[in-house]
Design a protein around this ligand. Structure first.
Ligand SMILES: NC(=O)c1ccc[n+]([C@@H]2O[C@H](COP(=O)([O-])OP(=O)(O)OC[C@H]3O[C@@H](n4cnc5c(N)ncnc54)[C@H](O)[C@@H]3O)[C@@H](O)[C@H]2O)c1
Length: 485
C-alpha cells in the first residue's frame, strides 16, 4: 500500500492561494490518517459493544484510498461547551489542532476565535448567528454535538458553503429506558411514596398500585424512540399498540392501530414520541384526555408543546388520569437553577401540587452513553466531511457521497464545488474538467445551494491550481475544495 502522494514544488504558493478552501497539503505526512468512507458507526454498534470503542474497519476500508485535503496540522478545530471526550479524541487523532473549552463564549469573543478556525463543535448554548458566521471566513463545517440545530443560522451557513451536522438519534435508547422506568414508577406510585418517606411519613398502601405485566402500552409515534420502547415494554410483559401517521411494521407482536382515538381508548399507558410540528401541537388536550381510559397514565418525553398541560391538570384532578410523567415543557429554562415556577409556565404551581406526577428537567436523552454516542457520531461526520467531502447526515446541505477511491487509482483529485443553485453550472464545471477523465460525479441541491462532487483521474499536480482557480472564478461559486490522493 502506498501512502498518499504529496504535491511537490511550488506548493506553498499554491496552498496560500487556496488556504480558504482548505484544499491542499503543504507537507507530506505519513501519519495522515484520513478515514475512508466506511469509517462510521457500524449498524450493530461498536466492536465490544461500548459506545466509546474504536469503530470496526471493513475489508473495503483497507482497500480504500486515503484522500488528503491538506496538512492536517493546519486544520484548526474549536470545541466549545465541554464536548464529550470520545468526540474530542476522534478529532485529535486526525492530527488536527484541537482547542477544547468547557463553556460557550460571549459573541464578541466567539467572533474573534471563529475567524481563525476551520471546524467548530458546539452544543446548545453557543449561538452561531448570521453576524458570527459572516466573520467565519475559514469555517467549512459546524458540528452540533446535540440533537437540535436551532442555535445555528442554517441558511446563512449553507449560503457560505458551511455544512452543519448533528446527532438526532444517538439518545433514543436512553429515552426508551426512562419511559420504562416511568411506567413502573407511576404504576406503583413510587415517587409519592418516596416523597412521603423523605418527609417522615410511613404510608404502606397497595390500593391503586399495579404490576405492568399484561397492561397495554399505547405508543404515539413509532420512530426511533417509540420502536425501541416497544421492544423493551414487550419484554416486560406488556401488550403494545401504536399509532403513527405512517404505516409501519410492528416489532415483535406490537400492533398498529388506525387512529389516535383507537389508541387512547385501549391503552393503560400512553407514551408520546412524535416530533414537534404544527400537527402535533396540543395533540393531547381535553378531548383526547376524555377518550383515555379512567385510571390510565400519560407520559410525555417528546416535546413540551405536544400536551395541553392545563387540560392534563384537570384530568389528573378529576381522577381520569391516575398519573403522568412529563420531561418536556412548553418553556424550559436556559440553564440549571430555581427557574421552574409560574413565571416560566403560568400553571407550574398547579402542576407540582398534583399526586403521582413525575416531573423531570428534559433528561430523557441525558446519559453518559448518549453523550458519548453523540460525540462519536458528530466527530466522525466532521472528519468525513473535512477529509472526503461527504455530506451524508448534513442538516443544511444536500446529501452527497461518492464511493472511496481505491489504492490502485493514482493521480486522482476529488473536486467539491459548492455553488448557487442556478441553471448551467454543471455544463460550466464539466467544461473546466473537460481534459480529464471524470471517474464519477454526483450533484444535488437543497434550496439555493447545490453541492457537486467529482473524482477525476490523471491529474498532474501542476494542473490543480488552474482547475481550482477556474472553478473559483465561476459566478456560481460559493466554495471550492480540492482533495488529492
Ligand atoms: N426527552 C428527551 O430528552 C428527548 C430526547 C430525544 C428525543 N426527544 C423527542 O422525542 C420525539 C421522538 O423522537 P424520535 O427520535 O423517536 O423521532 P422519529 O422522527 O424517529 O419518530 C417520530 C415518529 O412520529 C411519527 N409522527 C409524526 N407526526 C405524527 C403524528 N401527528 N401522529 C403520530 N405519529 C406521528 C413519525 O412518522 C415518526 O415515525 C421527538 O419530539 C424528539 O424531539 C426527546
Amino acid at each position: 500500500m502506498s501512502p498518499p502522494q504529496d504535491i511537490a514544488g511550488g506548493i506553498s504558493n499554491l496552498a496560500r492561494q487556496v488556504s480558504n478552501s482548505l484544499s491542499l497539503s503543504t507537507s507530506p505526512t505519513l501519519q495522515f490518517n484520513s478515514p475512508p468512507s466506511s469509517f462510521r458507526q457500524p449498524p450493530g454498534g461498536f466492536r465490544d459493544g461500548h459506545a466509546g470503542s474504536v469503530p470496526v474497519s471493513s475489508n473495503a476500508s483497507q482497500l480504500a484510498k486515503q484522500l488528503k485535503p491538506f496538512d492536517t496540522k493546519d486544520i484548526k478545530v474549536l470545541l466549545l461547551e465541554n464536548v464529550n471526550e470520545a468526540g474530542l479524541s476522534i478529532l485529535s487523532k486526525q492530527g488536527y489542532q484541537v482547542e477544547a473549552l468547557k463553556s460557550s463564549l460571549p459573541e464578541d469573543q466567539l467572533i474573534e476565535k471563529i475567524r481563525d478556525v476551520h471546524v467548530i463543535g458546539i452544543r446548545s448554548k453557543t449561538k452561531l448567528t448570521d453576524r458570527v458566521l459572516k466573520e467565519a471566513k475559514n469555517l467549512i463545517v459546524i458540528g452540533c454535538f446535540c440533537i437540535g440545530t436551532n442555535q445555528v443560522d442554517l441558511q446563512t451557513a449553507a449560503q457560505q458553503g458551511i455544512a452543519v451536522f448533528n446527532s438526532p438519534f444517538s439518545n433514543s435508547r436512553s429515552v426508551a429506558e426512562l419511559v420504562i422506568a416511568e411506567i413502573i414508577v407511576l404504576a406503583r406510585e413510587l415517587s409519592d411514596r418516596s416523597m412521603e418517606l423523605h418527609n417522615g411519613t410511613w404510608n404502606k398502601v397497595s390500593k391503586g398500585c399495579w404490576e405492568i405485566r399484561g397492561k397495554t402500552l399505547g405508543i404515539v409515534g413509532y420512530g426511533h424512540i417509540g420502536s425501541q420502547l416497544s421492544v423493551l415494554a414487550e419484554s416486560m410483559g406488556m401488550g403494545v399498540i401504536y399509532y403513527d401517521v405512517l404505516t409501519m411494521m410492528g416489532l415483535g407482536t406490537a400492533r398498529q392501530v388506525a387512529s389516535l382515538d383507537d389508541l387512547l381508548e385501549q391503552a393503560d399507558f400512553v407514551s408520546l414520541h412524535v416530533p414537534e410540528t404544527s400537527e402535533t401541537k396540543k395533540l393531547i388536550g381535553t378531548k383526547e384526555l376524555a377518550k383515555m381510559k379512567k385510571g390510565s397514565y400519560l407520559i410525555n418525553n417528546a416535546r413540551g408543546t405536544v400536551v395541553d398541560i392545563p387540560a392534563l391538570i384537570e384530568a389528573s384532578r378529576s381522577g381520569k388520569l391516575a398519573g403522568a410523567a412529563i420531561d418536556v415543557f412548553p418553556h424550559e429554562p436556559a440553564g440549571n437553577g430555581d427557574y421552574f415556577n409560574n413565571e416560566l409556565n403560568s400553571w407550574t404551581k398547579d402542576l407540582v401540587s398534583l399526586k403521582n406526577i413525575i416531573l423531570t428537567p428534559h433528561i430523557g436523552g441525558s446519559t453518559e452513553e448518549a453523550q458519548s454516542a453523540i460525540g462519536i457520531e458528530v466527530s466522525t461526520a466532521l472528519v468525513r466531511y473535512v477529509n472526503e467531502g461527504t455530506t451524508l447526515g448534513a442538516v443544511n446541505m444536500p446529501e452527497v457521497n461518492l464511493r472511496s477511491l481505491t489504492l490502485d487509482e493514482s493521480n486522482c483529485m476529488r473536486v467539491i464545488y459548492i455553488h448557487k443553485n442556478v441553471p448551467g453550472v454543471l455544463r460550466q464545471v464539466n467544461s473546466i474538467l473537460l481534459h480529464h477523465n471524470i471517474d464519477k460525479q454526483m450533484s444535488d441541491s437543497r434550496g439555493d445551494v447545490a453541492y457537486l462532487m467529482a473524482d477525476i483521474s490523471d491529474v498532474k499536480e501542476a494542473e490543480i491550481r488552474d482547475l481550482f482557480q477556474s472553478l473559483e472564478e465561476l459566478s456560481s461559486c460559493i466554495r471550492t475544495r480540492v482533495l488529492y490522493g
